[in-house]
Design a binder for this molecule. Structure first.
Ligand SMILES: Nc1nc2c(c(=O)[nH]1)N[C@H]1C(S)=C(S)[C@@H](COP(=O)(O)O)O[C@H]1N2
Ligand SMILES: [Mo]
Length: 505
């Protein structure tokens, strides 16, 4: 028969486990020092590539929530097991202090072992020890429910023990809830760039872009600039690393003439530019929504790169972010890159790589490492995170003209207005052609102004009278005169191709 004590210890241990995880989160936030992070990373890394890819592409946020929930459950289980051991040790020794010490030290060792950080580990150890200390009752003063002893009277009996246990459980629940709510609501920095002249330059660029956009009837179709909150997001981890500007640095390592570390103050003292750069994810469908444009504030990477004198044999570099993401591509491509700390006149938001990300003109989204922390110059080529999972997305983007739902508007006179964006990386967009008869005849669409920026989409618009046929096909011609290929392929492994074709109305 299981005694009340053992029952209660199981509850207390689970509570201590939850408190340890919450305490760790309270102290560290979603950083590599949070005990769930290494477990989550392990789950993600151990999951077969195709499963991760399918989950991210099809389940999106739900896929993230599944692996994060698994990681939290594993963490609570591990810390719970440690606390349970502490409670049993205390029962054997019949001394509260022994249990508190065992749970505290055990949790600390576990947290430090998982994260390699000792200060953050205290965040896990103290709440676990507190739950054990407050919840533990000497077995002499307890006993089983039907084995009520005289000792129960000394402490107020089984009811008192039960009340105390429930109190500790409720307290833990409150602690966990308050921690999660409190931490998540810590305001995301969306402040204008701290130095006014820098943000003013961005504001002027934003204005230029807005005036370059064609006016379209649809309210939902963004113009030339995607608002920060609507800019697409692709992340291998559920929560963004929290890196402050003060903590951030970028280190050039590997095959260099001299290694170099650049901190945030040094970076923003370098020559500032505001560039419109469009990003597109290699994993999206042909007419998918993962194509957006922003005005980024930052500095060209070339002078920094030259200052470290890259010497590797492969002329290639591995870039790494604080979330464990990595991608490799040629140094020549990297040299054209841009280190951005601002987006649409605001500080780079955490979801887009705060405080610094790299932007690689004309290449698929995956090359644009967020929370960039290291650039390693290599001797031998190596696979990046997505290449290890079967993708070939480090190259130049394919040409595409999109026709999203929000770009299709029925005008009051019965005509239909079609509008969308076309993108061909640094090749630029020369023309967008529209067919409203399934591809038999083609008409040039109106285009937004061509901007001086080297890697930016253009908006197109075409209005037609839908008498009879509404089989719409769109295709772009890039700045080199090459027509977007009509041969359809899916996104795996190197990006979707073909012409967007839709029945309208
Ligand atoms: N550190 C890091 N950088 C990253 C990623 C990531 O998961 N982690 N995702 C990449 C992919 S696949 C794309 S398409 C773009 C998306 O950038 P965004 O989320 O700012 O739109 O970031 C790239 N950079
Ligand atoms: Mo991507």
């Amino acid at each position: 028969m299981i005694s009340v004590t053992e029952h209660r210890d199981a509850f207390l241990a689970a509570a201590a486990g939850a408190a340890a995880v919450a305490g760790s989160y309270l102290v560290t936030g979603w950083t590599p020092s949070f005990v769930v992070r290494p477990i989550d990373q392990t789950i993600v890394n151990q999951t077969p590539g195709p499963v991760v890819t399918t989950a991210i592409e099809t389940l999106g946020d739900a896929g993230h929530l599944i692996h994060i929930a698994m990681a939290v459950a594993v963490a609570v289980g591990l810390f719970g097991a440690v606390a349970f051991a502490g409670l049993r040790v205390a029962a054997r020794a019949d001394r509260r202090a022994v249990g508190v010490a065992a749970a505290g030290v055990g949790s600390w060792l576990l947290a430090a072992g998982l994260t390699g950080v000792s200060a953050g580990a205290l965040g896990a150890a103290l709440p676990a020890a507190a739950v054990v200390g407050l919840g533990w009752v000497s077995p002499r003063s307890d006993g089983t429910e039907d084995d009520f002893t005289e000792a129960d009277d000394l402490t107020g009996g089984v009811d008192a023990v039960r009340r105390r246990t429930l109190g500790v459980l409720a307290g833990t629940l409150g602690f966990v809830g308050a921690t999660v709510v409190g931490r998540r609501s810590v305001a995301r920095s969306d402040e204008p760039l701290p130095d006014a002249p820098r943000s003013e330059g961005a504001a002027a660029r934003l204005q230029e872009l807005e005036t370059a956009s064609l006016s379209v009837e649809s309210d939902d179709l963004h113009g030339m600039v995607s608002p920060i909150g609507e800019f697409y997001n692709v992340d291998i981890a559920e929560f963004d690393p929290e890196v402050t500007a003060a903590e951030w640095s970028l280190t050039f390592t590997g095959e260099t003439g001299s290694d170099r570390t650049v901190d945030f103050d040094e970076l923003i003292d370098r020559p500032v530019e505001h560039r419109a750069i469009t990003l597109r994810c290699v994993g999206e469908d042909l007419n998918g929504p993962k194509l957006d444009n922003a005005v980024w504030t930052g500095t060209p990477i070339r002078p920094l790169l030259e200052s470290v004198d890259p010497q590797g044999d492969c002329n290639c570099a591995m870039l790494r972010g604080e979330d464990g993401y990595y991608v490799q591509f040629p140094v020549d491509v990297l040299a054209d890159g841009f280190l951005a700390w601002g987006m649409n006149g605001k500080e780079l938001p955490s979801g887009h790589g705060h405080p610094v990300r790299v932007l690689i003109p004309g290449h698929w989204g995956e090359t644009n490492v967020k929370w960039l922390s290291e650039i390693e110059l290599l001797n031998v080529e190596d696979d990046g995170y997505w290449e290890e999972r079967g993708w070939e997305g480090t190259g130049e983007v394919k040409t595409v003209a999109k026709l999203w739902d929000e770009g299709i508007t029925e005008l009051s006179d019965g005509r239909i207005e079609l509008a969308g964006h076309a993108y061909a990386g640094t090749r630029g967009i020369d023309r967008v052609e529209v067919s409203t008869d399934g591809g038999d005849t083609w008409t040039d669409a109106d285009l937004s102004e061509a901007l001086p920026d080297a890697d930016v989409w253009r908006q197109w618009r075409h209005t037609f009278d839908p008498d009879g046929s509404r089989e719409v096909v769109v295709r772009a011609v890039d700045g080199e005169g090459t027509l977007q290929t009509g041969e359809s392929t899916g996104s795996v492994p190197s990006g979707a191709a073909g012409w967007v074709r839709r029945t309208v109305g």
